[in-house]
Structure formats: structure tokens, C-alpha cells
Design a protein around this ligand. Sequence first.
Ligand code: FE2
Length: 160
Amino acid sequence: MSISTRREMFERELQKLYHAEIEILDLHSDLAAAAASDEVRAIFDGHEADTVEQIDRIEAMFELLGLELRERGSPIMEGLLAEKDEFVAEVADGDLRDLDAISIGMINERLEITLLDRLVMLADELDLPNSIVEYLEANRDEAQTALGRMQQFLEERRSR
Ligand SMILES: [Fe+2]
């Protein structure tokens, strides 16, 4: 299928984001399980409710736009899940497991932010309803907050 309009690109990216967020639910629970410390486990567990809400917002956007609810697989997401499996299987030491889990988590949040930046831009250019832009921005803000918590964990660790 070729994409020749912004609208088609927006729809494709929304389908990819939807797929990614559903995968992220599993990713987070695997990272929480792999974490060595309660602190890191809490970061991933704490973000789970946000992710469920983000999925709800994406479903609301499909409905608002009169689109069929559809997921589209993303090679980046598959790669990230494969990285997670490799990391989790390879690292035995507790302290290092936290670092691995946080790194995968940060790559994931940055990916979400990047996908959402493009969707916000396209939604603006397409003059989509304000509620669409607000949903996208709410999801992006939550990803930024989650990323911030992970960065803070690393900074605190460095200064210990
Ligand atoms: Fe997230």
C-alpha cells in the first residue's frame, strides 16, 4: 500500500502506536519482573495504569475519526522486545539488571515520544479536532514524565 496523503500517514502511525502501546503493557510487566530493586519495579508498575489510559485514548481517537480499530505491527517494537528478551536472559547480576531494564524502558519512552511528535504535527496540519491533539499531547506528556523518572533514577545512581 502506498501512502500519498497526510491523512493516510496519520492513520498508519495511529495504528502503529496502538500496536506499540498494547505490546508495551507486556514489555513493562516483563521489565518489572526482571528488575532487581523495588525502586525500578515501582517505576514500571507505576507506569502501567498510564499505559492502559493511553490505550483508551488511542481507541477514542479511532472512534472520533470514524476509523476501524486496527493495529499495525512495527519492526522497531519487535526489535525492542527482542532486545528486552536478550537483556533479561543475559544479565545475572542484580545491580546491572536494573540498568538494563531502565535502558530498555528509556528507549521505549523515547520511541513513544517520537511517534507522538509526528502524530501531533500531522494532526495540526490536517486540522483534526482539538480533542485529537489533546489526546495525543496527554499521551506524550505521560511518556515524558515516565522518561523523566527513569533519567532521575540514573542520576541518583550516579551520585550515590
Ligand atoms: Fe510509556
